[in-house]
Design a protein around this ligand. Sequence first.
Ligand code: FES
Length: 112
Amino acid sequence: MSEPVRVCSVDELPSEVGAVVAEIEGRRVAIARDSAGELHAFDDTCSHANVSLAEGEIEGQHIECWLHGSQFNMTTGAPEQLPATIPIAVHELRVDEDGSVLVTLRTTTAGV
Ligand code: FES
């Protein structure tokens, strides 16, 4: 696991459900807020094909790929609806006292 990287201020993220993309150490990472207001960090590229998951729909803790409808759990990275069968990597995210959003990249998928 790498060192935490400051991505942005929490004020720069969507205040409601939504996602943005950040490049962290050369990797495209989606930072998303779910329906409960929780933040998640995960690889932005769908494991089915090379498109951005951040452009998909978020419902609860899931994000749905806009191209073919695969759904991924944003906490575990698990694919929960076909056609994707390969998990995406999820990353550790925390918000510091000063509002900095810190992401620690994981190189492997977790929890699946
Ligand atoms: S590219 Fe995401 S489901 Fe096909």
